[in-house]
Design a protein around this ligand. Structure first.
Ligand SMILES: *Cc1c(COP(=O)(O)O)cnc(C)c1O
Length: 391
């Protein structure tokens, strides 16, 4: 009956991540109309569950139609006006994208350029805020997928708010995999994507908008330059008015609803702990194999591990070997790290110790295929996992 032939892969790259059965089945349910009260109930439920996962009470918490980048566009186009000074932390490819997108909207972008693999310190942020008056917005990536760095944001909101600016956070590779805690951290606008740690297919960009950000939007001098991503218009569909703006991607709402239920059933803290434990065991395994991790442990992201491609190994050939022989997908590097690193996702349903065992066995064989012989990392991986108490 169905002619579409799709190979079965184990998705261990930096997204999309494996989608659980329950989520795939949810997507196959019959379509509803976007104004049907049965569907609007699902919209409300998704919003409630997103508030739980984001750690926020913000009424305007919803999934933007589009992938994670649509969340970035929505955030920037609503929060900035031409000429606004926007500070962007560029510590990787996704930070660079924020700067690019803000610049296209006519913002005066002040970039904090951080070398690949490093974080931006609070001192650097303060220094930049001291040097530039009238900063309107500070934009930063919490989990930099291109480098595997976890950017700490403790103390950031206070510094930013003291200058009358807002804090915008890209939490695409963070939400569902590690604490984001929007209200506790004082974050003003945060966006994410469904296909990383939330374990749904790509297609929605969960987002939350706080009170300060709404005040800013309400005081805009010129209308939001994007018709599709205008938060005021989208808000009229989500709110009492239920006014049609654009057709909600119905099946993706089913998927997100189910994916969020899975996280809430497992428990938020438990989900984060699983990502941590599985990532730590992967690190122990890679370490035992003599492979070099790109980021020191204190700033290492649990959801994406970056590994140096050993001397003499062909990156593309190795990844093709994993795919052809084991149906395993991992990714190469981006920007200055293209061809130099591998990126391994420990995300959503991909964050299982058994998947990491499969991966490091296959990786060892793929290295051997290129004449590079390394020790097995298996027992180190298993020992690490057992010590964490989740064996
Ligand atoms: C994947 C990713 C994005 C972009 O999301 P898309 O779903 O590909 O549009 C943005 N920021 C970060 C940190 C990401 O990892």
């Amino acid at each position: 009956m169905d002619k579409l032939d799709v190979p079965k892969r184990l998705l261990l790259g930096p997204g999309p991540s494996p989608v659980p059965e329950r989520v795939r089945h949810a997507m196959a349910k019959p379509l509803l109309g976007h104004m049907d009260s049965a569907f609007l109930t699902i919209v409300d439920n998704v919003q409630d569950k997103l508030r739980t996962v984001f750690g926020t009470q913000n009424p305007l918490t919803f999934p933007v139609s589009g992938t994670g980048s649509a969340g970035m566009e929505t955030s920037l186009v609503n929060l900035t006006e031409p000429g606004d000074v926007v500070v962007v932390v560029e510590q990787g490819v996704f930070g660079q994208r924020l700067a690019d997108a803000a610049g296209r909207l006519g913002a005066k972008v002040v970039s904090i350029k951080v070398p690949f693999g490093e974080t931006c310190t609070l001192e650097t942020l303060e220094h930049t805020l001291n040097e530039h008056s009238a900063v309107k917005l500070v934009a930063v990536v919490k989990a930099e997928t291109s480098t595997g760095v976890l950017q700490p944001l403790n103390g950031w909101a206070d510094r930013v708010h003291n200058r009358g600016a807002l804090l915008l956070v890209d939490a695409v590779t963070a939400l569902g995999g590690l604490p984001v805690e929007v209200d506790a951290m004082g974050l003003d606008v945060v966006f994410s994507g469904t296909q990383k740690c939330l374990a749904a297919p790509p297609g929605l960009a969960p987002m939350t908008v706080g009170r300060r950000a709404l005040d800013r939007i309400n005081r805009r001098k010129i209308p939001v330059s994007s018709w599709y991503f205008d938060l005021a218009a989208i808000g009229r569909y989500l709110g009492q008015a239920r006014a049609y703006h654009h057709t909600a991607p119905i099946s993706m709402f089913y998927a997100l609803d189910e994916a969020l239920s899975l996280i809430i059933e497992e428990g938020l803290e438990e989900t984060w702990a699983r990502h941590r434990a599985v990532a730590s065991s992967l690190w122990a395994g890679l370490d035992a194999m003599g492979l070099k991790l790109m980021v020191p442990e204190e700033h290492r992201l649990p959801t994406v591990t970056t590994v140096q491609v050993p001397e003499g190994v062909d990156d593309g050939r190795l990844r093709a070997y994993l795919l052809d022989h084991y149906n395993i997908e991992i990714a190469g590097g981006l920007g200055p790290w293209a061809g130099k690193i591998w990126r391994i996702g420990v995300m959503g349903q991909g964050a299982q110790v058994s998947h990491m065992m499969t991966l490091i066995m296959a990786l060892r064989e793929a290295l051997d295929d290129q004449g590079v012989s390394v020790p097995s990392g298996l027992s180190a991986l298993q020992d690490s996992y057992r010590k964490r108490g989740r064996g």
